[in-house]
Design a protein around this ligand. Structure first.
Ligand code: UDP
Length: 322
């Protein structure tokens, strides 16, 4: 298959591109490098263009069988402060792209969605049938696009909506990893403290209704996510119907557990300070990944320790390059 990967120079997109290429698919990356990195696109044709640039997009879509769409803004906090930026890129420009995809005759689409579309869940683990009530503009924009994809089945479009829990870790080659600017995610920040690149970590709240008082998340290795994208693409190419699937491990880990695991696996201390809760953080988010297992035969194979270990290799490697 020839696959266009929007946001292919970003964190999850670059890992998915590698996984698709390793399986023999032809992959073209499409990215404006606003948050992506040319270094993560190495070895692939990269079209550097805006999502809503219809002329360039049409050229990029020539001969493409399926589109994987990752290009999005993805900071919850920023989406609250600057929702316009999120609705512009994740909805308005994304719809221009989707319409161009349709106009080019492509009817297979894999979408990078999020557990943020569920908002604060009434039940844990979260199944795909849980109500979707986002509590921030980021989640709103992702849900909007999910709904557009569902409605576009009217045009014969088939899509797989992949709702990620907390993507983490790095490719086993240590050539690829998380490179956010600014970094706001827990695991890379904790690893940076262990590596001596940051003084300390702020722990946002220790008074949540969880066993140790800190928030619990379902951390999923980025290459497990990448493999789910490959399976989703192959599901669509073999005539499979549209799906919405959670991608998580089904296991939750608290902020304190992240810190203690980083300390155990790196042998370094992670200095941290307790701070007030971060607005918009649900206490616990854990996936029920059963549907992806049943319908895609996908299951996360990398452990929580694998996530921290691969993230540590990437952190120490990228620190050595500085
Ligand atoms: N977190 C924290 N300190 C940080 C960053 C994150 O305590 O510097 C907590 C955050 O409140 C959440 C968890 O770690 O409970 C995971 O946050 P992250 O930003 O990595 O992912 P999110 O769950 O927001 O997508």
């Amino acid at each position: 298959m020839k696959i266009l990967v929007t946001g292919g120079a970003g964190y999850v997109g670059s890992h998915a591109a590698r996984t698709l290429a390793r399986r023999g698919h032809r992959v073209v990356l499409y990215d404006n490098l606003s948050t992506g990195h040319a270094a993560l696109a190495q070895g692939f044709p990269l079209i550097r263009a805006e999502l809503a640039d219809v002329a360039l997009l049409r050229q990029a879509l020539d001969g493409v069988d399926l589109v994987m769409h990752f290009a999005a803004h993805a900071y919850v906090g920023e989406s609250v402060l600057n929702p316009r930026k999120y609705f512009q890129n994740n909805v308005q420009d994304a719809l221009v792209m989707l319409n161009t995809v349709l106009d080019c005759g492509i009817r297979s689409f894999v979408f990078s969605s999020t557990c943020a579309t569920y908002g604060i869940p009434a039940q844990i683990p979260i199944s795909e049938d849980a109500p979707q009530n986002p509590v921030n503009p980021y989640g709103d924009t992702k849900l909007f696009f999910e709904r557009a994809l569902n409605a576009y089945s009217a045009y014969g479009l088939r899509s797989v909506l992949l709702r990620y829990f907390n993507a983490a870790g790095a490719d086993e080659s240590s050539q690829l990893g998380e490179l956010h600017e600014p970094e706001t995610h827990l695991i890379p920040l904790a690893l940076d403290v262990a590596a001596g690149r940051r003084d300390h970590l702020d722990v946002f709240g220790n008074d949540y209704p969880t066993p140790d008082g800190t928030c619990i998340r379902d951390y999923i290795h980025v290459n497990d996510l990448a493999e789910a994208h490959l399976l989703a693409a192959e599901h669509l190419s073999s005539g499979g119907s549209s799906l919405a699937l959670n991608l998580g491990t089904g296991q939750g880990h608290s902020v304190k557990e992240v810190i203690s695991t980083v300390e155990r696996l790196t042998g370094k201390a992670v200095r941290h300070e307790i701070k007030p809760r971060r607005p918009g953080d649900p206490p616990t988010l854990v996936a029920d990944p059963g549907r992806a297992q049943k319908l895609l035969r996908w299951k996360a194979t990398r452990s929580f320790d694998d996530i921290i270990r691969s993230g540590w290799s990437w952190t120490t490697r990228s620190a050595a390059k500085q």
